[in-house]
Design a protein around this ligand. Structure first.
Ligand code: DOR
Length: 437
C-alpha cells in the first residue's frame, strides 16, 4: 500500500475557493479533499496557521546543464526550485550543446531523472533547419524560438524559416521576442558605450514590440498556439489585449519589480534580455496580469557567476537567478495589496499547467499530483546572497526584506524542502503532457 499522508488544517487555495481543508495524499497523488475522519492515514502533517498552495510551475528557466555547469546545473537549479516552492520547471534549450536534437533532449531528460529534486521538462530549440526534429519531438512541452539573440547562439530571424516552423509543426511554440535588426542598429549607434543603462536603449521598447507583433502575426495566421515569453513593455501589454485566445503571455519578477532607475544601484546585476524598462512598464505589466492579458509569471532564471557579471558592460552577460525567490516576492506583493493569493496561484501554477497541457498539475484537487507548497504569509525574511542555493550564489534582491515565505515543499507526495533545508533522497518526475494534436 502506498503511504498515506494527511496535510491538515492549512488554509488551502483550491480551484474556485480558499478555505481551511484537509488534503489526503496517497503515494504521489491527492486522493481526497476533506476525507472522512475514518480514512486510514499513515502520517499527519498539522499545518495550522499556514496556507497550502499548488506547487509553482516555472515555465522559463536556464539550468545550464550540459555545458555551462560552472553557472548552475540540474541538481542545484532544482534544489533552488524546491527552496522557492517551485515543484516543476520547464528548461530552455540554450545549453551546450543546444537542445536542438532528439538526442540532446533525451540526454537532458536522463540527466534530470537521476538528479532533479523537483519535476522537470525541457523545450526543444528551433534552429531554422531542424523542422524534422521539431515534428518528431515528444516528451517536451514545446518549441522555443529565439526571435532575437540572447545568451548563446540560437537565433531564428529569417521570415521564411519562421513561417515554416509555425506552418509545419504542431507543438506549442514560445519565443524570446526582441527584434534583432533594431537591437543591432541601436548597438551600432551606441557602440563604445560602457554604461549598462544603455542596455535598455539598445534592447529598447521598439525592439520588444516589433518582435512580439511579428511572432503573434505568425501565430495568428497559422493558428498555432503561441506563448510570448517575458513581456517587458506597456506597448506589448496593450497589443496583447487584442490577440487571439491561443496567444498567451508571461511576465517575470524582474520586469515587474525593477526598472532603469535600478541600474545605478545594481549595475550589470539587472542586465537582462529583454532589458528592464521604465516605471510605467512595471505598472502596465501588473495591470496586464490583473486584467488577464498576461496569464503567467515565470522567472527566466538565468544565472551567471558574480565574476562574469563583474565584467564591464557590454562584456557582462545578461541574466539573473530568481527561482528561489520568485514565490516569496509574489507573496510579498500579496502582503502589499498589489494582488491576491489566488492571483499568485493562478499565475504561477494553474495557468502554466493549462497552457502547457501538463497532466495532473497546477491545482489542489482529487486526482492531481501532490505537488504542494506550504507558505507562511506572515513570516518576514531578508534575502541574503550567502543563503542562496543557486550555484551562482547571489540574488539581485540581496538585502531586500519580504513578508511571506514558502516554508515546506512537497513533490509527488514527498516532502523535499522543510525546516530550511533539502530533504535527502527525493527525486522529481518527468512532467507529462496531455495534448490532443
Ligand atoms: O537575459 C537573458 N539571459 N535572457 C535570456 O533570454 C537568456 C538568458 C540566459 O540564458 O542567460
Amino acid at each position: 500500500m502506498p503511504k498515506r499522508t494527511l496535510i491538515s488544517n492549512a488554509t488551502c487555495v483550491l480551484p474556485g475557493e480558499t478555505r481551511q481543508a484537509n488534503v489526503l495524499i496517497e503515494g504521489s497523488t491527492i486522493i481526497g479533499i476533506d476525507p472522512p475522519s475514518t480514512a486510514h492515514v499513515d502520517e499527519l502533517r498539522d499545518a495550522s496557521g499556514l496556507h497550502l498552495l499548488p506547487g509553482c510551475i516555472d515555465d522559463q528557466v536556464h539550468f545550464r546543464e550540459p555545458g555551462l555547469e560552472h553557472k548552475e546545473d540540474l541538481r542545484t537549479g532544482s534544489i533552488a526550485c524546491a527552496k522557492g516552492g517551485i515543484t516543476s520547471f520547464l528548461e530552455m534549450p540554450n545549453t551546450n550543446p543546444n537542445t536542438i536534437t532528439i538526442e540532446a533532449l533525451h540526454d537532458k531528460l536522463n540527466r534530470a531523472a537521476s538528479k532533479c529534486v523537483v519535476n522537470y521538462g525541457f523545450y526543444i530549440g528551433a534552429t531554422g533547419n531542424n523542422i524534422p526534429v521539431l515534428q518528431a519531438a515528444q516528451r517536451t512541452p514545446g518549441i522555443k524560438i529565439f526571435i532575437g539573440s540572447s545568451t548563446g547562439n540560437l537565433l531564428v530571424d529569417e521570415q521564411a524559416a519562421l513561417e515554416q516552423i509555425f506552418a509545419e509543426t504542431t507543438l506549442p511554440i514560445c519565443a524570446h521576442c526582441e527584434d534583432e535588426t533594431t537591437v543591432r542598429a541601436n548597438a551600432e549607434r551606441l557602440s563604445g558605450t560602457t554604461d549598462v543603462a544603455d542596455h535598455s536603449r539598445i534592447r529598447d521598447h521598439v525592439a520588444a514590440l516589433i518582435a512580439t507583433k511579428r511572432a503573434v502575426d505568425l501565430s495568428t495566421r497559422h493558428k498555432h498556439p503561441f506563448h510570448v515569453l517575458h513581456v517587458s513593455t506597456a506597448a506589448e501589454v496593450e497589443f496583447l489585449a487584442t490577440t487571439p485566445d491561443w496567444v498567451t503571455a508571461e511576465a517575470c519578477p524582474h520586469h515587474l519589480l525593477f526598472n532603469v532607475e535600478d541600474y545605478a544601484r545594481l549595475g550589470t546585476l539587472v542586465q537582462m534580455n529583454p532589458s528592464i524598462k521604465n516605471k510605467e512598464d512595471n505598472d502596465a505589466l501588473w495591470q496586464g496580469l490583473l486584467s488577464g492579458v498576461i496569464e503567467v509569471i515565470a522567472t527566466d532564471h538565468a544565472p551567471h557567476t558574480l565574476e562574469e557579471k563583474a565584467k564591464p558592460y557590454p562584456s557582462s552577460p545578461s541574466g539573473l537567478p530568481a527561482v528561489e525567490n520568485s514565490l516569496a516576492l509574489l507573496l510579498n506583493a500579496v502582503h502589499e495589496g498589489r494582488c491576491t493569493l489566488e492571483n499568485v496561484v493562478d499565475w504561477m501554477a494553474a495557468a502554466p499547467a493549462r497552457i502547457w497541457s501538463m497532466k495532473a498539475k497546477g491545482q489542489i484537487a482529487e486526482g492531481c499530483d501532490a505537488d504542494l507548497v506550504l507558505v507562511d504569509l506572515q513570516k518576514q525574511h531578508t534575502i541574503r546572497n550567502a543563503e542562496q542555493v543557486t550555484k551562482s550564489g547571489w540574488s539581485p534582491w540581496d538585502g531586500v526584506t519580504l513578508t511571506g515565505l514558502p516554508v515546506e515543499t512537497w513533490v509527488m507526495g514527498q516532502r523535499v524542502w522543510s525546516d530550511g533545508k533539502l530533504v535527502p533522497d527525493v527525486l522529481g518526475s518527468e512532467v507529462q503532457y496531455e495534448r490532443t494534436t
